[in-house]
Design a protein around this ligand. Structure first.
Ligand SMILES: [Zn+2]
Length: 393
């Protein structure tokens, strides 16, 4: 893997055929089947996914292959895509909280709120009554150089679908960031997978996105491999990109940054590069920013907008994956309530409150095994909720 340098903020992608439309394409088969929704460009400086969607629908429209179900391609932040910025007023992929959604249903006061309201209406209308048969992929790119990979909330259904494509999976990022679109959608029933195609301006990122779109349509059951141009080549390209990286990672830590922190990532960290605890990774107004633990650096921030400085991820052992799958199939999640120091939240019955003075060791690990996600961390307490729609319906 070669080393990256600091990357300048990107402008509109040279390959873009024109201003992005909200509905990039819609393709319906005669036979029944799944609903597959692709979303791209939620971040305006990440047009690679939109270009890949345009290419996909051009081929579908001209070749008219037989298809089961329905395929919908949406572009996210149209105003930000037009100006090549991550967002104009607020990050459209940190805005899908209950409170904000309730507010924009009655009034939209800025560009991103209008974008979000339009997306919300299309998604709700399309998904109504079909939540459990839907598969949703959200396409992004990274500011650092990176091999393509998937991010997902750790449900067995998400894992099973994303695991069919030959790219690394990164579990648990939605515990660290709040208000992501896929988190909002996953709680309603669909399989949801985040796709990171590579570095923002790298033409290869468009190709990787396109490979993922076609292969996902085959794995979803919409198309057969024979209907996909250069299918075997696309599968081989993803396998080659993953190389010898472990198949599954989990997010361990996040460095949050706020405007005014003076956070500057040190140059030369490609995504997934191995790091050691205590190694200087960045600088801010307080001095050096050190790696909190051993692992691999993930999503280092090489652009001026964004509030995640970097994450630390670690490979997940295959035994952990097997054990967690077994425990969840046995529906053993209720044993979490019986652990010492654990009680049910009075305000939210789906939430368990863990007293860290009592339940001190491996709390997060045990809850993850059983299919819970950490929602909050306060002085002395964790709050966990179980991921809904973990297993097949
Ligand atoms: Zn993004």
């Amino acid at each position: 893997m070669t080393r990256s340098t600091v990357v300048a903020p990107s402008g509109p992608h040279p390959d873009t055929t024109g201003p992005a439309r909200r509905v990039v394409g819609r393709y319906r088969g005669i036979r029944p089947g799944p609903l597959v929704i692709f979303i791209a460009g939620l971040h305006g400086n990440e047009p690679a996914g939109v270009v890949a969607l345009e290419r996909l629908f051009q081929v579908l429209d001209s070749e008219s292959p037989p298809c089961r179900g329905e395929i919908l391609g949406l572009a996210g932040n149209l105003a930000a895509l037009a100006s090549g910025r991550r967002y104009l007023v607020s990050d459209l992929n940190r805005s899908w909280t209950r409170r904000r959604i309730a507010a924009i249903r009655t009034q939209q006061t800025d560009e991103e709120q209008r974008e979000q309201f339009e997306l919300l209406e299309i998604l709700e209308e399309t998904l109504r009554g079909r939540e459990s048969e839907a598969i949703i992929l959200d396409l992004h790119t990274t500011s650092s150089e990176s091999v393509p990979f998937f991010t997902l909330g750790d449900t067995l259904r998400n894992r099973e679908f994303a695991g069919k494509l030959e790219l690394p999976l990164v579990l648990g990022i939605e515990e660290q960031i709040h208000g992501a679109l896929l988190e909002f959608l996953n709680a309603r029933g669909p399989i949801t997978v985040g796709v990171e195609g590579g570095q923002h301006d790298d033409p290869a990122s468009v190709d990787y996105h396109e490979h993922v779109l076609w292969i996902a349509l085959v794995e979803a059951g919409c198309l057969t491999p024979d209907d996909v141009p250069r299918y075997a080549e696309r599968v081989a390209a993803l396998a080659a990109a993953r190389g010898d990286l472990p198949p599954v990672f989990e997010v361990r830590a996040r460095k949050a940054v706020a405007p005014g922190d003076g956070f500057v990532m040190r140059p030369g960290f490609p995504n997934f590069e191995a790091i050691r605890a205590g190694q200087p990774l960045a600088d801010d107004s307080e001095g050096e920013v050190l790696a909190p633990e051993d692992g691999r650096i993930f999503l280092p921030l090489y652009q001026d907008q964004g509030d995640d400085g970097f994450f630390v991820v670690r490979p997940v052992r295959p035994t952990w994956l097997r054990v967690s799958s077994l425990l969840r199939h046995l529906r053993l999640h209720s044993v979490a309530r019986l652990m010492p120091g654990v009680r049910r939240s009075r305000r939210r019955p789906d939430t368990l409150i863990v007293d860290r003075r009592v339940a001190r060791w491996y709390v997060i690990e045990v809850f993850h095994l059983l299919g819970y996600r950490k929602r909050r961390e306060a002085l002395g307490f964790y709050a966990f909720t179980r991921r809904r729609h973990d297993l097949k319906f």
